[in-house]
Design a protein around this ligand. Sequence first.
Ligand code: G1P
Length: 271
Amino acid sequence: MKALIPAAGYGTRFLPASKTIPKEMLPVGAKPAIQLIVEEALAAGAEEVVIVTSPDKPSLRRHFDVDAVWHARCAKKPEVDAELTHLEEIGKRIRWTFQTEQKGLGHAVLQGADLLRGETDPVLVLLGDALVSGEAPSAAMAAISRAHGGASVVGLEEVPLEKVSRYGIVAGDFVDERVLKLTDLVEKPQPDVAPSRLAIAGRYLLDPAVFDLLATQTPGHGGEIQLTDSIRRLLAEKSVYGYRYPGRRHDIGNPAGYLETLLAFSSSAAR
Ligand code: G1P
């Protein structure tokens, strides 16, 4: 399995901090958010991770670089040096590409398509500003996909009706307590037309056919190329499942969401 992390957004909701610190580099304990997300992908069985970022955010890539100067500084701190070595090992499994224009999430995901060409297995997509506390959903989604012949799976959370217009919302029929077979997806519907309160929540496992659909996707909500719209078209050809995962999603892209993330991770990330 391969993974893709879109992490190219400017993070304007987190200004002025995000002027020089990309939101994905905000620390949760001693690790930046992007490292936790890459580790979630690897733990779920991804062999390689494609990160789509912006040329204006070079610190993401530098974080995973081999750095002899830091090893020298940590010569007398073997446990910290081991963390750096671990990071470099992770770095060897990452490939980088750029989104140079902000044309929406679907457009960002499409920028990774060249590096995933020829892929036949579903690709794990993890949003770079979404952390999940509690059980990580990616591994469970991979298992659900396998159980349904390699079908696509989107991670879901239930949101209050007044918030449905902030999310991609799905319709479907439950096949067990947490899994449903989708019948529709709508990006950011108004509450009166939302097909449910089940929102797409930062994690996807997508049939690579979605890349061809993204390449021909017309702009949708907000005039942007929406990933949700291409998954909706995928649904016309192939089964797509939803997984209402038990963990909690946190949006690190705004100050309140970030503080909530720190509280949720305070016991596991402290050292
Ligand atoms: C994106 C997706 C949306 C999803 C949300 C949270 O929206 O377009 O479908 O529900 O992430 O995962 P954004 O938060 O980028 O506006």
